[in-house]
Design a protein around this ligand. Structure first.
Ligand code: IMP
Ligand code: MG
Length: 221
């Protein structure tokens, strides 16, 4: 007979090796962390749903009666974008853009340090033309600002009619470039978070709540 605290659903059990490998890297307070369920919830699925709804209402009002193209940044923003576009009451369409940061090996191989190097490259371009379109760039998290600055410069060169940025999370304390989003879901402190599209070494994107990954820090470079 397995007790409630021992039971790990099959999907979550898949994450267990990762947590085991990393245990030696974790600070003392998190050594007890033995399953995804023990990662502290920072923002619950209910809070996310309510805030996404508020953001959609605001975007609907701001773009009243206009066509809008939402451009999600792969892969992290996919979950947020699909929830957001289903809440806006606009003539909307969506597309995705992919970027990757050179030498930005977030995840277990990089031990417990992660950061952006500043070299961002395009891995997938948008399929729609942005010229004369009302474009909302949708990103999971605004951290150092390197990714968003790169994307903003790139997308503005397509000459959209109107361009703005919606991020689910903002970590202003980590900013390296002066850039802000027009719509922000939640402002958070300098903690590494996973879930609702956000990953750690490609894991945890499918968690419905946003949870804190203990022991992961930026290197401040
Ligand atoms: P930036 O270029 O430093 O602003 O980083 C933006 C990207 O870094 C985001 O799109 C995320 O993919 C990733 N990122 C930053 N902070 C976190 C985090 O706490 N958890 C997961 N991914 C993060
Ligand atoms: Mg991202």
């Amino acid at each position: 007979m397995i007790s409630d605290s021992e039971y790990i659903p099959p999907l979550l059990a898949a994450h267990r090796p990762l947590l085991r490998v990393r245990r030696s890297l974790l600070p003392a307070h998190s050594v007890r962390c033995s399953s995804v369920n023990e990662l502290r919830i920072l923002i619950s699925r209910e809070q996310i749903a309510a805030r996404v709804c508020e953001m959609a209402t605001q975007i609907t009002a701001d773009f009243k009666d206009r066509q809008v193209l939402f451009v999600g940044v792969l892969k992290g923003a996919a979950v947020f974008l699909t929830d957001l576009v289903r809440q806006v009451q606009l003539d909307a369409s969506y597309d995705f853009i992919g970027v990757s940061s050179y030498g930005n090996p977030r995840g277990p191989k990089q031990e417990n340090v992660w950061d952006s190097t500043g070299e961002v490259r395009l891995t997938k371009d948008v399929e729609h033309s942005l010229r004369d379109q009302n474009v909302v760039l949708v990103e999971d998290i605004l951290d150092t600002g390197l990714t968003l600055s790169f994307l903003k410069r790139l997308l503005l060169s397509h000459q959209p009619r109107r361009f703005c940025v919606a991020v689910l999370l903002d970590k202003p304390s980590r900013r390296k470039l002066a850039i802000n989003a027009d719509y922000v879901g939640f402002t958070i402190s300098d903690e590494f978070v996973v879930g609702y599209g956000l990953d750690y070494g490609e894991k945890f994107r499918n968690l419905p709540d946003i949870r804190v990954m203990p022991g992961v820090t930026g290197n401040g470079s």
